[in-house]
Design a protein around this ligand. Sequence first.
Ligand code: NAP
Length: 232
Amino acid sequence: MADNPIALVVGANRGIGLGVVKELLSRGWDVIATARRPAEATDLIALAASHPNRVTIRPLDMNDPAQLDAFATRLGDRKLGLALVNAGVSGPAHRSADKATAEEIGALMFTNAIAPIRLARHLLDRLVPREGVLAFTSSVMGSVAGNTGGHELYRASKAALNSLTRGLWVEMSGRRLTLLTLHPGWVRTDMGGPSAAVSVEDSARGMVDVMTREAGRHEHRYLDYRGEEIPW
Ligand SMILES: NC(=O)c1ccc[n+]([C@@H]2O[C@H](COP(=O)([O-])OP(=O)(O)OC[C@H]3O[C@@H](n4cnc5c(N)ncnc54)[C@H](OP(=O)(O)O)[C@@H]3O)[C@@H](O)[C@H]2O)c1
């Protein structure tokens, strides 16, 4: 519906991203949802069928720089009220700096830290002036102050993302937009595993609450899905 606000969710074919798409649809947003392989994104395809004209599925592989740079040019005319860059990976199973190869670190850092910022720079002009929110799915594990050890490579990738989001915020000065670095909770997804504390539905509801509540504040905040501040 052309009068609905429109959101972009990057990495939306499963897990938290898919949950956020469902939550946004339930609140009257139209959604542009990305997947690496749209033809295989069966849950998004079903959502598009059950919400006619409200879900657009676009291909985007965060590991392809050419796709990152071209993506925003194909978004159409409607300005985004909200853009959530959510795609991410947990990195090599050994999780250890001692065992990591340059290729493993390059892939992890590119997907989790570099690609989100590279994409986001192209999205800034596509956001609704003043009310637009640009958000990244980071993690509490990106907090240097709150580092309790373990998962050192994943932590480093999200700490790098956090640092890059702060740098982006400095670049954005004068734009009067809101920038959020978010922790979705420990969520029962393929990445979070079945023992995680939070359901996808509760995480997505909280993430959307936080993103919509922060609109218009023109701040950069590091918040969890309940809106609680996380130390950098
Ligand atoms: N689950 C948790 O407890 C938790 C906690 C803190 C933060 N996070 C963060 O939350 C975000 C979503 O995690 P999740 O738990 O929903 O994980 P998930 O179920 O593993 O889903 C990951 C999503 O990222 C996409 N993705 C990965 N690499 C991509 C690439 N190169 N290009 C495009 N899309 C790519 C996946 O697409 P494919 O299906 O094509 O692989 C999928 O849509 C991630 O950034 C993660 O680091 C998760």
